[in-house]
Write a protein that binds this ligand. Structure first.
Ligand SMILES: Nc1ncnc2c1ncn2[C@@H]1O[C@H](COP(=O)(O)OP(=O)(O)OP(=O)(O)O)[C@@H](O)[C@H]1O
Ligand SMILES: [Mg+2]
Length: 283
C-alpha cells in the first residue's frame, strides 16, 4: 500500500469573484521511502500539492489517503494531532522561531507529545542536532547561524517528531549553490539511512537530479512521472500508466511492460530528463 494516495484530487480557490483551479484531477501514489521531487513553473500547484499531503489544506474534491487514513473532508483542526505525528515540514524561509535557540527550535514540536518524557526529549533533540552536524551550535539563535545551518536546524526539527513523511517546499531556494547541494545531500543521506519518505518541490535542476522519483506539474495537472533507473530517468505520462507503477520501486523494465502503451512516450521524455542528470551532485 502506498503511503500517500490521491484520487481525482482537485483544489479550487475562490478569490473575489474568480475561481483558481490550483490542482485538477490529480491521481498519484507515493510509496514509502521515496525521495520525490515535484517540479513545475511558478503557480503550477506545487505548494498546493504539498499543503494537501501535509494536511495543512484539504481537497475541494477527490480522495486523499495518508498512511491508511482518509483525510479528505476533515478540517485542518480535526487533523492537527495526526499532522503533528505524521508530517515534518521544511520551508524555503526556514521558519525558525528567532527568539529560541537551535535546541529549543528542535524541541518545540516535541513539547506537544505527553508520552515523550523530558529526558527522552533532551536525548532526541541532541541526537537530531548531532545528525545534522550542529550539536556544537545548540545554544545559538537563528540570527547567529548561517542560512545552511538554519535549514539544518529545520531538518532536525522536522525529523525529531519521527514523521512518516517529510515535506519540503523549495528547501534550497534561499541558499547559495554549494550550501543547497550540501542540504540536498543531507536530506538524501537521511532518506537512505532511515527510510524516511521525502517529498520536495523545486525549480532547481540540481535538486531534481538528486531525486529518485519525479512529478512534473503544469497548470495544476500532473504532466509526467519519472522513475530513476540506473542513473537515468524513465518518464511516463500519468494518463498512460497506472499510478501504482510509479509508487513502487519496480524495475523500470517491468514498469514499462505493465504500462503497455506508456512505453511509446518513454524514450523522448527520458532523453529530455537526462539533461538534469548531468548536473547531479557527486556523492
Ligand atoms: N490561498 C490561496 N488563495 C487563492 N489562490 C491561491 C491560494 N494559494 C494558491 N493559489 C493559486 O493557486 C495556484 C497554484 O499556486 P501554488 O502556490 O501551489 O503554486 P507553486 O507551483 O507553488 O508556485 P511557486 O513556484 O511560485 O511557489 C496559483 O495560481 C495561485 O495563485
Ligand atoms: Mg510554491
Amino acid at each position: 500500500m502506498a503511503l500517500v494516495t490521491l484520487e481525482h484530487v482537485s483544489r479550487r480557490y475562490r478569490l473575489g469573484g474568480q475561481t483558481v483551479e490550483a490542482l485538477r484531477d490529480v491521481n498519484l501514489d507515493i510509496a514509502e521511502g521515496v525521495f520525490l521531487a515535484i517540479a513545475g513553473p511558478s503557480g503550477s500547484g506545487k505548494s498546493t500539492l504539498l499543503n494537501l499531503i501535509g494536511c495543512i489544506d484539504t481537497p475541494s474534491a477527490g480522495r486523499l489517503v495518508i498512511d491508511g487514513r482518509e483525510v479528505s473532508g476533515q478540517t485542518p483542526d480535526q487533523l492537527a494531532d495526526y499532522r503533528a505525528r505524521t508530517v515534518g515540514f521544511i520551508f524555503q524561509t526556514f521558519n525558525l522561531f528567532p527568539v529560541l535557540t537551535a535546541y529549543e527550535n528542535v524541541e518545540y514540536p516535541l513539547l506537544q507529545f505527553p508520552e515523550v518524557s523530558r529526558q527522552q526529549r533532551r536525548e532526541r533533540v541532541m541526537r537530531f542536532l548531532d545528525l545534522v552536524g550542529l550539536a556544537r551550535f545548540a545554544s545559538h539563535r537563528p540570527n547567529q547561524l548561517s542560512g545552511g545551518q538554519r535549514q539544518r536546524v529545520a531538518i532536525a526539527r522536522a525529523l525529531a517528531v519521527k514523521p512518516r513523511i517529510v515535506l519540503a517546499d523549495e528547501p534550497t531556494a534561499n541558499l547559495d549553490h554549494d550550501t543547497g547541494v550540501e542540504i540536498l545531500r543531507l536530506m538524501k543521506a537521511l532518506n537512505t539511512k532511515y527510510g524516511t519518505t521525502f517529498v520536495f518541490s523545486t525549480h532547481d535542476d540540481r535538486v531534481i537530479a538528486a531525486a529518485d522519483r519525479l512529478v512534473r506539474i503544469e497548470d495544476g495537472r500532473l504532466t509526467a512521472l519519472g522513475v530513476r533507473h540506473d542513473q537515468r530517468w524513465v518518464m511516463v505520462k500519468p494518463e498512460l500508466v497506472a499510478t501504482t507503477v510509479f509508487a513502487h520501486a519496480l524495475p523500470v523494465a517491468a514498469a514499462v511492460e505493465d504500462g503497455g502503451d506508456a512505453a511509446e512516450g518513454v524514450a523522448d521524455a527520458a532523453a529530455a530528463a537526462c539533461t538534469a542528470q548531468e548536473d547531479e551532485p557527486r556523492h
